[in-house]
Design a protein around this ligand. Sequence first.
Ligand code: F6R
Length: 611
Amino acid sequence: MCGIIGYTGNRSALPLLLGGLAALEYRGYDSAGVALQSDQLRIIKRRGRLAELCKALECEENLEAARCGIGHTRWATHGEPADRNAHPHGTERLALVHNGIIENYSEIGDFLKRKGYRFSSETDTEMAALLIDWFYLQSGDPKKAIFAATDMLRGSYALGVVFAAEKERIYAIRRDNPLIVAVTEAASFIASDIPALLAYTKEYYRPDDGILAVLSPGNAVFCRSDGSPVSLSTERVDFDVTAAQKGGWAHFMLKEIHEEPVALGRTVSHYLGVDGLPDFKNPLLDRNFFARFERVQILGCGTAMHAGLIGRHILENLARLPTSVEIASEFRYRDPLLSKKDLVILLSQSGETADTLAALRYAKKEGIYTLAIVNVVGSSVAREADAVLYTPAGPEIAVASTKAYSVQCALLYLLAVYFGLCRGTVTPFLAKELCRSLGKQAPESVRAILAQNDRICHCAARLQSAEHLFYIGRGVDYALCTEGSLKLKEISYIHSEAYAAGELKHGTISLIEKGTPVVAMMTEKKLAEKMISAIREVRARGAFVLLIVSAEIAEQYQIPYDERLLLPPVQEVLAPFPGVVALQLLAYHVAALKGLDVDKPRNLAKSVTVE
Ligand code: F6R
């Protein structure tokens, strides 16, 4: 949600800033801008995609000479996407880029008005920029000005600031928003995320909240508000620049869906011990640890929360462990009843989702043990949870999450097996067998469904002109439907609803009329007959049914349909893996056939760092 980049070094800053912004555009793309230390501090910004900014830059002169600058790609919070609301904001003395929300911006606005400031945007960010400017006018000291201003700011932010008087320097500070700093031999960078820096380095610093980073070419120092220096160690990513590139695929989303078999295999082998049983690579997470919990509460947002629904199914079935799943943004506001025997599991691809982070903090404050399942190493959720299990899925760039969901499910599956062992509901023999098939059959079945790409594209063509669509399923298939429906909505802009098939007749079936498309998901044998009744009911009212069914159920039952997609044979408990990939590809093809910008759907951004 908003991407920040900054460069100071011995090369022309502009191409580096634009390269970084291109790599960060998935975080927000309604406007973009740069501030460059050229003959004077110059700010150029435009509404729209990065391409619009590039066009505007073509009309400017003498920008190439600048060796230092900051850039921003925006996801609007305060103020519509417009040139005036794009970042950077500032004065002739400084320019600032911001990711997050300044909650007390109107209070600060009143303060600034009293000091004589006038505003040129509707943004909260401009208030932060002008506040720093005011303190800078008082002290003439950038550090003092930034600390004095951040002392007054409420909300969340990652800020990058350059001052006209300091041609080679960048200042950066954060609170509850991602910000990394990297240093190479002749240059230094700030960025919101690693993909923006991968072309230059794999090593970076991740300053804590409230630590100010002061960058000059080839050097970065960190300090607290009292001036005391902070020494930080670098972190390192284990993937290279190609992992964050499209590499010949039409879209990142398609690439990432095709990476799922490898990501699944990697996740399972990483968390299996030599004995073939789950090993969470943390001595604290042993049998005694898991044996102490009597209930699990899974929290996350969007797709991550949907993975939690699959997790609940497996934890309750395999481990007979009461499990609830809740949307992170609702959890802390309802005063939840928690017990010390609860384990709170936070699911998050980015590890920066503000609502998930807030839910984590709430649980911790209540003294509840928190375990995070996160993809981005060193992210806020990962760092603040009592324990973390990383999903080695590699970077996920498409806004619509795909491979992260599958690997979250795989990890929850391993946790369920382990809980089952601890609780005596799963024997060691069965546990090994389950883990073995998770590592082998799950990736294989995903490969088999990927091989049906053309068939899925054909089904998508039959849905692409729909205005509304229903996904129906029961049990774990209903959980899959929630994710299939979200994927379709977010990238194809077709309204869809996931419905528990048995619940349709309690009202919603009134919406079914001739031609209404219904995707019916069927992988649970014990519910097959119930699902067949639901399919008959919607077809009797004219629905067009796309049946997505496991091969075994299709062989055993006569199921009516208009189009059918057969899921590859796989153990029933693993069916969500090929099942979700079928739904992801279906949504992908609908959006691609409609000619939409699959990787950057309207109104969205990856990594939702505001509440
Ligand atoms: C949908 C999607 C979102 C995210 C949600 C949580 O495709 O990507 O629903 O799943 O914003 O994000 P993370 O997992 O980063 O916490």
